[in-house]
Design a protein. Structure first.
Length: 107
């Protein structure tokens, strides 16, 4: 086994895991109509992207992946705060968290 094969071994399963997590988040976003579950699916997708950045940074021996993880973490926190505020307002006004009911507000 060469040195390049040894260093690629943890990268490939980790990227596969990140891809599976991203795909699960995308399926959850497209299939579910509940706004809370849609928000959770977006968080899963962001975590999958963060995992891919960390793995790539560790593979190349640079701190770039960890810096990108911090940006993703800050963006996810802001997205959750704004998203939950919108969801709470819609839940109080409409009495439901269905995305189709929220779409009718524009009509």
């Amino acid at each position: 086994m060469t040195v390049s094969q040894i260093s690629l071994t943890p990268l490939i399963p980790g990227l596969l895991l990140a891809g599976v997590l991203f795909a699960l988040g995308l399926v959850g976003l497209l299939v579910r109509r509940n706004l809370i579950f849609m928000l959770i699916s977006v968080e899963i997708m962001l975590n999958a992207a963060a995992l891919a950045f960390i793995l790539a940074g560790a593979h190349h021996g640079a701190a770039d992946g960890q810096v990108m993880f911090l940006f993703i973490l800050a963006m996810a926190a802001a997205e959750v705060a704004v998203g939950l505020a919108i969801i709470l307002k819609l839940g109080r006004d409409l009495g439901t968290l269905d995305a189709d009911a929220a779409r009718k507000l524009g009509d």
